[in-house]
Each structure stands twice: as structure tokens, then as C-alpha cells.
Design a protein around this ligand. Structure first.
Ligand SMILES: *Cc1c(COP(=O)(O)O)cnc(C)c1O
Length: 370
């Protein structure tokens, strides 16, 4: 077998959770020269990007979109800095490393918070929320799909909780957007985040904030001790399709191509259905194999797996080196126990067959070595 080092990335099958495999058209666009951006032409692209994002997230009337140059975490930090301050008291759902990141951000930016810690793989329940009802909170923060563990939280449950407690509802949908169904309007989401390298299947480098009128009001009212992350200017310049600073122009053009393609091939429903089909097919194909799915509630974006007899990390390494397939290893304590298979990006049902076959062989190989 040829080792990864000798293989180009284009020959790797990518089942990670991002960056993911790009469609041919989006990939080709990446080879083009980067245009000057203080132009009517680029403004038009950005205004269309904004409209398509509002449409695909079912944002309420009067909502806006900001495209921030920076990975998903930039949007998480910008959101915390611009919509909360020390007069707030927020709940943070913390069931994994992305939940922990919000906890850290609240700490750094001095936003008073209470974390609701969840065990690995567990969903939020009404019971776990009950002690926080009518308890003086002003906001709730959740990573809708906690990508590190593969848990998709109960969105309607959280939506109802926020509605009856009148909470600002901040939803990190970085890996859930396009993969799972989300309506900002129906779920009363005040601010939704996503990023370019997950189901949007573009290169990493752009994060996106979709802001309801309530979020816009908060941004306008609050002082932010930051230049780059002060969203007031972004909102103002965005009215004419511009950004305060040089954005990742190339990626924004690729996002434009992707959003338009989704729009003409059936919209957000068709796209999440396509991803759901890939996920369901994979889950069907691994039935009877020596793996457990370790999440109470799955997103279409990812399947977290615990191999019965072999190390998850060894399996990741072997699949990479001998089979030219990337799956996603887990970090920390779970590194040997859990790995994740992503279903986002330009993947096909045949790719699933290739992966499942490789997993079969790789497990045997590892058991034999043992
Ligand atoms: C990928 C991801 C992020 C952002 O990570 P970056 O590496 O900063 O792009 C945040 N939250 C969730 C749930 C994610 O899946």
C-alpha cells in the first residue's frame, strides 16, 4: 500500500468534519486569481450571500448576516462580545469541547454564566433544565450539534425553554447548518452561527453570523472593547455589500457559488436530505460490525463510533496510512475510545461502501497485530 505522504490530498477520501471535500466547481474556483473587492461586482456577490443565508436559515423579517474572516471560533467570540456583557446571566450547555469553548469565552469576556454539564453522548432534558426556570437568566448558549461528541441537542426543547424564560437564544450551528433542519424563526433563535468548512463545503476561513432583529439591537446598544470584532461597522458596511477590512475574498466567492448551487438544486431541504441519506446509508452499512454508536441523539453530519476491540486512534491512523481515508479522531480521554465519521462535503454512497470495507479490513489487521 502507498503511504499518505506519497499521496496527494486529492486522492484521500475525506470523512472528517471539516475541512471537507469540495465540489469540483468550488475547487476549480479556488484556482482563480483573487479580484479586487471594493467594487460593485463584489458587493453584489456579498448582498446575494447575505440573502441566501437569511433564506436558508429561515431568519425572521429584519435579520442580517455578517461574514467574518476567521474560523468558526471567531464568530463564537464575536457573538459573546457583542450581544452579552456583565449585566447578563447566561446558561451554557456544555457537553463537549465546543461547549467548553463557550464557557471559556464567557470567562474571558466576563459574562456571568452557569454551565449545564452533560456527560459524553447525552442529550439535554427538561429535567436537567428545570432548576434554571425563572431564575433570572438572560440568555442560553448551545452548540446545536456538539461536534466533538456527535450529540444533536433537542432544539424544540431548548426553544420552548428560551421562549418561556425570555432568553436570548444563541445557537452555534457551525456543523449543523445544512445538515440538520433549523428554522431561526420557528425556534426563536436570536443569533445563529456557522462556518465555511463544514456542510457549506468551502475552504476554512469564513465564519457567518445570522442576526435576528433582537441580536442587531443588542449589537447597536453595547460597547465592545475590540476593533476587529466590533460588529457595528460590519453591519453598516454590509448594507452596501462591503466589509470593514479585507475579507477572505476567494472563500466568499466560493461560498457564493455553493449557496447558489444549493438554491438551484432544491434549496436547504434538498441539501439536508442529501446529507441525511449519506448518513443513514453509512449507519445501515455498519450494522453488525464491531462498533457502537455513542450518542443519544445523532446529527446527520457525524456518526461517533466506539470500536469494540481495537483502539480508535490506531484505526484512524491505519485508515489514513494504508487506505487513504481520513476519519476524525477524538481528542483527550476519548482518543483511544471514539472516532467520528463525517457525512458532510462532496461524498457519495459509493464512498461509504469504500469506507466500510476499509474499516472491516483495518479492524482485522489491528486485531491480528494485537
Ligand atoms: C467546527 C466547529 C466550531 C468552530 O471551529 P473552528 O475550528 O474555529 O472553525 C465551533 N463549533 C462547532 C460545533 C463546530 O463543529
Amino acid at each position: 500500500m502507498i503511504k499518505t505522504e506519497q499521496k496527494g490530498n486529492n486522492e484521500m477520501l475525506n470523512f472528517t468534519v471539516g475541512p471537507v471535500t469540495l465540489e469540483e466547481s468550488v475547487l476549480k474556483m479556488g484556482q482563480e486569481q483573487i479580484p479586487y473587492f471594493r467594487t460593485k461586482e463584489f458587493s453584489k456577490i456579498m448582498l446575494e450571500n447575505e440573502q441566501l443565508m437569511l433564506q436558508f436559515s429561515y431568519a425572521p423579517e429584519g435579520s442580517r448576516t455578517i461574514f467574518l474572516t476567521g474560523s468558526g471560533t471567531a464568530a463564537m467570540e464575536a457573538a459573546i462580545m457583542n450581544v452579552f456583557n456583565d449585566s447578563d446571566k447566561v446558561l451554557v450547555i456544555n457537553g463537549g469541547s465546543f461547549g467548553q469553548r463557550f464557557v471559556n469565552l464567557c470567562k474571558i469576556h466576563r459574562v456571568p454564566y452557569t454551565e449545564i454539564k452533560l456527560e459524553q453522548g447525552k442529550n439535554i432534558t427538561l429535567e436537567k433544565l428545570s432548576m434554571y426556570e425563572q431564575a433570572g437568566y438572560t440568555g442560553l448558549i448551545v452548540n446545536l450539534h456538539e461536534t466533538s461528541t456527535g450529540v444533536l441537542y433537542d432544539l424544540p426543547l431548548l426553544a420552548h425553554f428560551c421562549r418561556r424564560n425570555k432568553l436570548f437564544f444563541l445557537v452555534d450551528a457551525i456543523s449543523a447548518f445544512l445538515a440538520d433542519s433549523i428554522s431561526m424563526e420557528a425556534m426563536g433563535i436570536s443569533l445563529m452561527l456557522t462556518g465555511s468548512q463544514k456542510a457549506l463545503a468551502c475552504p476554512p476561513g469564513i465564519s457567518i453570523l445570522v442576526l435576528s432583529p433582537e441580536a442587531i439591537d443588542r449589537i447597536e446598544e453595547r460597547e465592545v472593547t475590540s476593533l476587529y470584532f466590533n460588529l457595528k461597522d460590519a453591519l453598516k458596511d454590509g448594507e452596501r455589500g462591503q466589509t470593514p477590512f479585507t475579507p477572505a475574498v476567494g472563500i466568499l466567492r466560493q461560498i457564493h457559488m455553493r449557496l447558489k448551487e444549493i438554491a438551484v438544486t432544491g434549496g436547504v431541504e434538498a441539501e439536508s436530505k442529501r446529507i441525511a441519506t449519506i448518513a443513514a446509508d453509512f449507519r445501515k452499512k455498519i450494522k453488525g460490525m464491531p462498533f457502537d454508536i455513542v450518542s443519544e441523539s445523532l446529527s446527520n453530519a457525524v456518526t461517533p463510533l466506539h470500536p469494540w476491540k481495537v483502539s480508535a486512534y490506531d484505526l484512524f491512523t491505519l485508515l489514513k496510512d494504508d487506505y487513504h481515508i481520513w476519519v476524525c479522531p477524538n481528542g483527550g480521554e476519548l482518543a483511544k475510545k471514539v472516532f467520528r465519521v463525517g457525512h458532510i462535503g462532496a461524498l457519495t454512497l459509493e464512498d461509504n461502501t469504500t469506507l466500510v470495507h476499509a474499516m472491516e479490513l483495518a479492524v482485522k489487521q489491528l486485531e491480528y497485530l494485537d
